[in-house]
Ligand binder design. Sequence first.
Ligand code: ATP
Length: 444
Amino acid sequence: MPDISLMDKISSLCKRRGFIFQSSEIYGGLANTWDYGPLGAELKRNVKNLWWKSVVQERMDMVGLDSAILMHPAVWKASGHVDGFTDPLIDCKECKKRFRLDNLKDTPDRDVKECPACKAKIDLRLNPARMFNLMMKTSLGAVEDESAVTYLRPETAQGIFVNFLNILDTTRKKLPFGVAQIGKSFRNEITPGNSTFRTREFEQMEIEYFVRPEEDQKWYEAWINDRFNWYIKCGINKDNLRLRVHEKDELAHYAKACSDIEYNFPFGWSELEGIANRTDFDLRQHEEHSGKELVYFDTAENKKIRPYIIEPSGGVDRATLAFLIDAYHEEKVKEETRVVLKFSKDLAPIKVAVLPLLKNRPQIVGMAKDIAENLMSEIRVVYDDTAAIGKLYRRQDEVGTLFCVTVDVGSLEDNKVTVRDRDTMLQDRVDVSRLKEYLRDRLK
Ligand code: ATP
């Protein structure tokens, strides 16, 4: 059952605490466009770092890439995006709103649909769907003629395909190997919405994994497994994840198989990441359009191979949203509701908050600031003295800070501080000289 009130609570927390802001808010906002605030920027960075660590740093068979958003217009012709990256679009003549055909409600007459906004009947024979290309057009240089037209990339994948030879030449990788890339993509979505779930500007984390054609199934399954388990390892409750295998008639024309990892969002189960077997379609297309042979030379067998490609493709923004939702907990503590974001250690935007118990005692404040500064080079810490301790704890719980270090009057005497654990709320008394080591250990 979708839980819309949960989504409202999370959206309001995100705004109030600086995870996600409406873009250009002082000008009335730009619809469905979002800015990540100080805490959102930390969280999103942690998501990307964990992904990179798992798919590049910890694997011998993977390398990274950072290709340009703007590409030669011929790329989009070869990839099929110019001709095929379209959604059927319907304008409701009554309320003037625009919908994707598959978002209209069915009626007993298959040629008549119902507008989801104003409930007007839409006769598809009189008001047929128009195909709408989702690529965002732009023009390069000072002269705005057709030759200058190109597109903001709608996926990062093409940057990897067109660099296939460069990567082979420079890294001397043997099959199977893969290339990972994180970057912005743009799609003129007809129905953006649900916060950062579907936007027109978003960030992707994509892998193109090149394999021998006869080993495609094995690697397709291995990547589904790896990627599914990554979300669990990052802290998502596995009951909120499921795999949805695409039916044959749902598959994109280039794909042999595709599975989505879905998350149980408050607005229903929806795609977090897709893993597709793209066969050798992309390399063949670019070979045809560029005239460059895009093959791998197998020295052992003395033959050319055009690899098949397994593509795990996920969204940074969708993953970040899912991590936020999954971390959200409300607990009853002494008749009060405690809101806590239970991020995993690696994801938590702030690891440690240093708090003085009394903000008008210069010695306590000085000691707390010294402690924060001492930890800063190694651990993401904040210092806060703008409220009473109870309130400071609640503020840190609400953004998922793992530990609160409190300096009190006793600290001035015994050089010890109180370390409070976010989840158990248990407190340890730790000598300041051992604090860094203690935290290092607990953050492992
Ligand atoms: P959907 O069916 O939800 O539109 P898709 O199947 O078109 O997604 P892909 O082309 O497979 O998406 O893109 C890979 C990933 O990029 C998606 O799983 C998603 O996480 C992310 N993504 C795609 N489109 C958007 C968008 N408009 N806003 C945010 N993230 C997106």
